[in-house]
Design a protein around this ligand. Sequence first.
Ligand code: SF4
Length: 532
Amino acid sequence: MKDYFFENKKIKSVLTTWLDQEYIETSNFPLLNEVFKKEYLFILSQLKLGNKKELFINDSYFEKATYIIHKFSNNPWILQSEILDYFKINSGDLLILNDIIRSSQLFQDIILKEGIGKKYWNSIIPFAKNTDLVLNKKTSLPKRIVIFPGVSCMFFCGFCGRNQSAKYPMSSVANGTQIFKNLFEETKNNTLYSIGGGLEPTTNPQLGEIIELANKSNIRMPLITNGYSLTENFVKRNPGIWKLDSLRLSLYGVDEDSYYFITRLKKSYSMVIKNSINFLKLRNEINPKLKFGLNFIVIPENIDQVLKILNLVGEINNNVTNGRGVDFITLRDDFQSATGHEEIADEEKKKYKLHSKMDDKLREKLFKVLNEFKKIREKNFPDLHIDYGYSIFAVSRGVVSQGLNMIESERLPDYGYPQLSLAIDLYGDVFLYREAGFLERFGNKKFIIGRLNEKNNLEEIIENFLNNSSPIKYDKSDTKFMDSFDHVLGSIINQAKEDKDAQIPFDKGPILARSNLTKLNLGNNWYTDELI
Ligand code: SF4
């Protein structure tokens, strides 16, 4: 049933039409209705429900099941209490409906892979199983750590939350490398890592060594860089860079002017493109397995540039004369670490700052651009993988009414979620939220839960924080310390708590993988859509 369903283009297209609009009964889509009903009745016949079975054969219960599938495909955050309220049924009946949906591989695949919530599900699934650790305040090493080895940054991006006058002393580099080494040895590859900013990672002269140390602990390492210092010389002095799993270059424009507008550094565009071409040529010689991609944050000011990214990829690829060029593009939402907040202190004064936000009208415009983008990619760059951000994925399907899922600061967990995700900087400071990890960012101190040194380890820091500290007192604007991934994790924790309170915890909900995922591929998935 499952394979036939997904290979049948006609059914798939009806499914997308059904999913991409507000819920209507599947009886309006005969083709879909037939497949769904067959699957529903088959699963029902397999379950031991005694005399309850009669009730669930009823069309109205079948429709309830399709409603749940539709809702969860598009909105992974929906609560069990909301479903109960909507149907006005008792929780026993909802448990049975959940069981039916959870037992069907077809329904699971539709929810996790076919709706506009797909990109969220990719992030949720690896972490949902561990929400109990957070709710029960259990000590555990995090599933994901981003390290910030950068010493400084040469750019002044208008959507960046960094303190533009802060940088680490060069003397902190060696100690930082030792701290990262100990950390890798402590967590091994049970934790998913990435190197990002924080400040710009390539300003650390020992970056190659750090990657090599991670590699020795069998850690697959992706790097996020602005590419400005990724020169021939830097790469020569940091051969460890070839041990990266992937490199994602943050693209801030598509020509000299647009680059300058964001970075405020003259000639930054030509430098970055030159470095990219050089890096790719060497990559093809030294480690062709390393994936190279470009990341672009879509903001109102640059929607018109999205199409031009493909011209740029063409230009880079034409100059890489010895093999493969750019492997992937990630298009990302602005999570408003800086743009959504007013400056509240002199410490936050920046060279310039962007303020605008995406709205439905702008998303409509982006949808049109993405349509064209897809066509050109298909024709000219068939091997180029495109990874859409959480809400941009919905826009790419023509659903423009949903922005990025963002949690309110009063709903943030008392102790964050150090068992799931942390950020660690060059000093060894351990940050609860990823956008807090900017050196001396105003207001970030309360999110530092300890500092790694030669005498302690991360597990002790987490244990001490959970057992001996007071809950975090959040201010309204504290969401500026969270990136879009943090918003997702915060939302999962709240959902896990509320579903538990409603006596329908994740393992009794409609999604099997939230509680029963045996094999996890916690790789970065910039260059593939595969989840597990
Ligand atoms: S976004 Fe990155 S490159 Fe831009 S100023 Fe911030 S740290 Fe530097």
